[in-house]
Design a protein around this ligand. Structure first.
Ligand code: NAD
Length: 333
């Protein structure tokens, strides 16, 4: 049993499409559906109901849609609350070219490991006066080390030659300096993997100029958040990038994108990112054969504009795309 959290906005449509995909492909998993988020609050007065926590603690694996967070005011991000409560310290965002964006000579193949529980996202902020606010950046050696270790292990397991650490340690000597030190210390345990160090501003430029030079990137929370959206732009947008939040005993899979309020309820969302997040979940659950077939189906559909979604210049609505995907995967199997 898997916890399925539809969330807000396009999350509701994505959850329905995923249920249809799994049912039609006879994937042997059942969903425990748990409502949460702003829309749940408006209906029942609570953002994250207790039943959601019980479900997560029982199932240990979840797939979740996006949840609304007000900008510049209001409650703290529900996503950040979940990541903190269950110590889901690793955020993994694979950025791989699909369909028409795939360059046969050079393909973008990046995996961003973003620390998920520290940094400015801890939310330790205060108004010092009406015109001055402070936010404290928290970085720990152990917190950095366990994230960077995940990146090195991934590089080793998947045959990638190097790990790139991204910081601004020239300016933030204590906090980013500590992250860098954790990486340098750890690198000694991985003699076959090269360690590369790049400053975040240079990284933003390098990713645009030559993204092919990078494989596995390990970075702090804020830099990882921004760089992974930038990297999403390189391969066709947020509709294509999946993600996973992992602790030591729990994993929550979710797309990188948000609630896309401009698309919600219109059947116009690209479900690829959500389906690829489900593929990461299937791999995690040792059901990789299903994941492989779905990825192949997505790649095949997105290779042709006529079978692509609207955000990629194609004609298909989300539900039509899902129907075609089911058909294509059945042909592949
Ligand atoms: P967004 O990701 O929702 O949308 C940014 C742009 O990308 C929009 O133009 C949108 O239409 C497009 N887009 C996003 N996903 C798409 C998809 N699957 N297919 C096609 N186009 C897609 O970001 P935003 O507008 O900055 O945020 C909206 C809300 O989502 C905010 O409340 C924010 O806090 C929340 N959010 C939640 C999460 C999460 O729950 N993990 C992540 C990011 C943002």
């Amino acid at each position: 049993m898997i916890s399925l959290i539809p969330g807000d906005g396009v999350g509701k449509e994505l959850a329905k499409l995923l249920i249809r995909l799994f049912k039609d492909l006879q994937i042997p998993l059942s969903f425990d559906i748990q409502e949460a988020g702003k829309e749940e609050y408006e209906k029942h007065g609570v953002y994250l109901p207790d039943s959601l926590f019980w479900s997560l603690e029982k199932n240990k694996v979840a797939i979740k849609g996006p949840m609304t967070t007000p900008i510049g005011e209001g409650f703290r991000s529900l996503n950040v609350q979940l990541r903190k409560k269950y110590d889901l310290y690793t955020n993994i965002r694979p950025i791989k070219e699909l369909g028409p964006w795939k360059n046969p000579d050079q393909a973008i193949d990046l995996v961003i490991f973003r620390e998920n529980t520290e940094d400015l996202y801890r939310g330790v902020e205060e108004m010092v006066s009406d015109t001055e606010a402070h936010s404290i950046k928290i970085i720990t050696y152990q917190g950095s080390r366990r994230l960077i270790k995940r990146a090195f292990d991934y590089a080793l397991d998947h045959g990638y030659p190097k790990v790139t650490l991204v910081t601004k340690a020239n300016i933030m000597k204590f906090t980013d300096g500590l992250f860098l030190k954790a990486g340098r210390d750890l690198a000694k345990d991985y003699p076959t993997i090269a360690l590369e160090e790049v400053l975040v501003d240079n990284m933003a430029m390098q990713l645009v100029l030559n993204p092919y030079q990078f494989n596995v990137i390990a970075t702090e929370n804020l830099y990882g958040d921004i760089l992974s959206d930038l990297a999403a732009g390189l391969i066709g947008g947020l509709g294509l990038v999946p993600g996973a939040n992992m602790g030591d005993g729990m994993a929550i899979f979710e797309s990188v994108h948000g609630t896309a309020p401009d698309l919600a309820g219109k059947d116009l969302v690209n479900p690829t990112a959500f389906f690829l997040s489900a593929c990461m979940m299937l791999d995690y659950l040792d059901l990789g054969a299903y994941a492989g077939a779905i990825r192949q189906g997505l790649d095949s559909l997105l290779s042709n504009k006529e079978t692509s979604t609207r955000d990629l210049g194609g004609p298909l609505r989300a539900s039509e795309f899902t129907d075609l995907l089911i058909q294509r995967v059945k042909e592949i199997k």
